[in-house]
Design a protein around this ligand. Sequence first.
Ligand code: HEC
Ligand code: HEC
Length: 354
Amino acid sequence: MKTSIHRIRVATTFLALGIALAPTAARADEEVVSGSWKMTLPRGLQKDAAFVPESNPVSDAKIELGRDLYFDTRLSKDDTVSCATCHAPEHGFAEPRKTSQGVGGKLGKRNAPTVINRLFSSNQFWDGRADDLEAQAKGPITNPIEMAMDSPEAVVKKLSAIAGYKALFKKAYGSDEVSMDRIADAIASYERTVVSGDSAWDRYQAGDKKALTAQQVRGLELFNGKANCATCHASFNFSDENFHNLGVGWDESKKELADVGRFEVTKADTDKGAFKTPTLRNISQTGPYMHDGSEATLREVVVLYNRGGNKNPWLSPKMKPLGLTEAEIDDLVAFLGALDGEVKAQGKPATFPQ
Ligand code: HEC
Ligand code: HEC
């Protein structure tokens, strides 16, 4: 069942590729519908690219429960870490650290990507190893270097002891049984409301020629032209939903990759050091950048692209030195600042279920 939905979604994404980058006229606000639930998308986002698995239709009650779970540190072993610790609204639903820090200060090897606009992807994680948000959400709760709960059973037991949660599970699912599947479904439903559009770029695309500065317009032209960014950061969500090796994490002295990325999932040689193309929406808020947080600023990122990435045996053939001038690098960075939109999803609740 999941596969067929996935295929439809991919097809519509490709369809969207052609439309979104051409300066076409504004589209009216679009509505995502799932069961009896509806959400009006901010300007620029396309409903055809939304992915909601058939097994988990969205509902207001699931969103409410999922929001509590997302922000609740009680989902971690010592009540110190929640999803929002590493995917914080005030950091564009990402983190200001280079790599993640979980319970007891344990460090991971990757930087937390943003939770913004996950509605438009099926596969999750830098290497795409989770098929959907539901599968993704179960990982961190029992991951020893993230929320470190001892087992799924321990999570279920802990939440079942909180009467306020039992009531919310009942509202969302018709019975008050707590299970990992229900926890994951609710968190995924909340995450699907974390969308960002109506940026200066969306308003410019819609015909408001004053929405971008002259420098940003030059940056936009470079993005789609000489700098070749749109080849991978394609369509309205600035991602081709594909995996590429830019040479991030390549150690030239040891001649090895610190992290093989997508290769771990596919075991295909061509996927060595390949990572998912991330969205660029709200990118000014989510630094540091790349799967290992190795680039501190957007300027550093563009400088990496300008030299054609880091040479290594698996470098994407799409990576070539760009020959950008210092002024052009500034123009591109200025353009990336035009992709900030307001996230209207509800943030941290004032109180948690007791
Ligand atoms: C200790 C920090 C930390 C915590 C806590 C955490 N995450 Fe993450 N999250 C990460 C990191 C790091 C990655 C990337 C890991 C990878 O790709 O292997 C990630 C990846 C993700 C992704 C994939 C995004 C994408 O673009 O592919 C989603 C969605 C996500 N987390 C949601 C959650 C949710 C929901 C929770 C709570 C249940 C949570 N995270 C808890 C650090 C954290
Ligand atoms: C070959 C495909 C490809 C091209 C071309 C490309 N990108 Fe990327 N971009 C990616 C991938 C893949 C990543 C993540 C790489 C990693 O972490 O190893 C990424 C990461 C980024 C990030 C960091 C995002 C984050 O959340 O950490 C920014 C910013 C970015 N790209 C901007 C650009 C700009 C600007 C251009 C044009 C100069 C460009 N990209 C060209 C594929 C591409």
